[in-house]
Every structure is written in structure tokens, then in C-alpha cells.
Design a protein around this ligand. Sequence first.
Ligand code: ADP
Ligand code: MG
Length: 394
Amino acid sequence: MLPAWDEAEGSARAREVFAAHFDGEPTGVWSAPGRVNLIGEHTDYNGGLCLPIALEHRTYVALRRRSDDAIHLFSEREGSAWQSTLAEVAPGAVSGWGAYPAGVAWALGELGQDTGGFDAAVASCVPYGAGLSSSAALECAFAMAFAAAPGWTGPDPDTDAGRAELAGACVRAENEIAGANTGGMDQAASLRAHAGHALLLDTRDASVRHIPFDLTAAGLELLVIDTRAEHALVDGQYAQRRETCEAAAAALGVATLREIEPADLVAALDRLDSGVARRRVRHVVTEIVRVEQFVTLLQTGRVGEVGPLMDASHASLATDYEVSCAELDVAVEAAREAGALGARMTGGGFGGSAIALVPAGSGPTVAQTVTAAFAAAGFTAPAFLAATAAAPAH
Ligand code: ADP
Ligand code: MG
């Protein structure tokens, strides 16, 4: 199991990296969690519902503002420095990992909030590219650091409304500066989730509800399986799905696929002439219904009954949305064979992670079974972590 650092360790690491690469002391350390989505996949750019939790795994940023507009960054994980100036940051103008933090500064600047230049060191225990949103963790930790500046008049991180605005700036950073056309789930989870709760995010109006998510009381635990699968063309596939959904919504005369009532789904599908578009729309509309059903089960103390919804979500993503892959399919099947109540891919797909809801204490045996199935299939060994609903960025 991939351990999460505790607050003291994460802060100490970020400070050490800062000390190794900059003179003097950082002003402070800010951190933000990765996330895992319980259900509601590929719905966030369709005005739909999703239900992520913040992970205990966090990215820590030790930061100090500069008096000029230079940006000097160092990431322990990357093992490299990244340098630019605020003036240079613009869509299409910067690349590399520093585009995420620099993009947040740029997006806040677009809101009229000048961050100034900054020196910052990054340390993280969020697995990279595992579908657990290390990118949002990075952005959101910087957003919190910027918002802590003396005299800051921008979005207030002590309110949910302020956090929603900061999340919006982080989304712009990711979309417009880092060039990844992702929806808003990741940043909302990292900034707006509550410990012990899943975050029901309605991406139609960015409103949230906090749904108690207590697996321990139900004798359960959530196992994250990082498939370590790396597939080419992931970004292109993601953009294609998004385009197909937007085109289908336009063809159906609605702003987003969220506007299609489940009762009208069959009629809507009849009006689409491409089989691919029909399948994509069916996934989105049925997935939003599954989120609602999942939430109802959580709210009525029936978390032990969500397994079939997870399984149905996976099937829909694999068959209708076509974003699963062999590694994800093997992971969920092996987990179910080992006793998981339900399992599904989570995140964008084509690799990344799966989640399995398992009886408390059985995580290690389920992990063993999955590892054996991966070995038998000739895949790279997977990694595992235990997911508990943790605190947001601070
Ligand atoms: P995910 O968000 O699922 O982990 P992404 O591809 O969206 O995957 O984001 C991963 C990218 O985010 C990395 O390639 C890197 O550019 C950036 N990133 C994330 N965490 C860090 C970090 N600790 N240090 C530097 N860059 C990071
Ligand atoms: Mg990401």
C-alpha cells in the first residue's frame, strides 16, 4: 500500500526541498489532496453530477513571494527546476510541469488578482498520472498559497464560495495554460471536499453537497488500484469524447447532456444518427442517474449496497463510452473475484486507477489477487492505496 505522508512529514519535505534550492525561508507551506471519484465519470464536462472524495495523499508547496515577477520552481518528484516570468505566461506560451502553477498565477491575474513572482518548492505523495489528480493537487496547493498573501483581496479560501472561485482559476490554468481540456471535478474535490464526506458536485452550477461517507462504520474499505498502464493518445481520446458530447448536445438542441431527462433518453437517442454518439450519450445520462442512486444509498445508511452501481458504471464506461482498457478490466474483474462488493475504473480511463469496495481488512488479499491476475496477463505490477475521505486544501 502506498502510504500517505502526514502533515508534518509533507511540510518538512517541502521545506527541505525549498532549503536545498533557494536561500532563506519560505513564508509557509500549503497543501492540497489528490482525489478519487466514487461515481459519475465523464459527466463533469456535460453539466452532470460526480461524487469524488479527497484523498489523504497530498501535494505540499513551500512558497515565498518575490519582489519581481520571476517564477522559480523546484519539484522533488520531477527532480528539476522550472523558471519563467509572470509576463511570459499566456496560453500556448509555456510548457512542462511549471505550466500548472504558473497557470494558476496567470488565471488569478485574469481575475485582477496579482500574485507577483514567487519561489516555490513542491513535494508530493500523490501518484502521478494515476487518475488521482496530481495535477489538481498541484494547482490547488498553489492557489491556497497565493490566497494567503498579506493584503489578498481575491477569492477567500475561508469560504466555500471563495474556494469555488479558486477552483475555477485552477481549471483555467489546466485548460488554457497546461493545455489539458479537463472538466471541473478534480479542482472542486481538492478545494471543496470535507473530511469524512463525499462531495456531490453539480457541474451545471458548480454547487456542492457534502454526503457522509463512512465506510468504517459499515465494515468496508475502498481500495484504489493504480494499474500503472500508460497508453498513448489519452489526451486526444479525452478531447474526442468531449467533442462528441458537445456535438450531440447541439444536435439535440440542449446546452449540455445534463438537460436530457432520463425518461426522454430513448427518444433523444432516436434523434441521433451516429451509433457512437448514441452510446456516448447513453453513458452520460445513465451515469448521472447512477450518481443520484449512489447518493440516496449513502444517505439512507446503505453504503453496502452501492456495489452493483459501481459495476454498472464500469460496464457503461467500457462498452458505451469506450474509455476502459485491458488493465482496468482485469483489475475490476480480479477484485470482484476476490470478494469486492463492486469495482469500477475511475478517472478519465485508458489506464489510471480502478476502485474496489471491499470488506474491511480484506484490502491486502484483494490486492494480492489483482497482482496475480496482472502477472498472469503480462502487465506491469499495479500499485495500491487505501482511500479514506480526507480534508481539502489548506
Ligand atoms: P493526474 O492528474 O491524473 O495525476 P495528469 O496528467 O493530469 O495526471 O497530471 C500529471 C502532471 O501534473 C505531471 O506530468 C506534471 O506535469 C504535473 N504534476 C503533478 N504533480 C506534480 C509534482 N509533484 N511536481 C511537478 N509536477 C507535477
Ligand atoms: Mg490531472
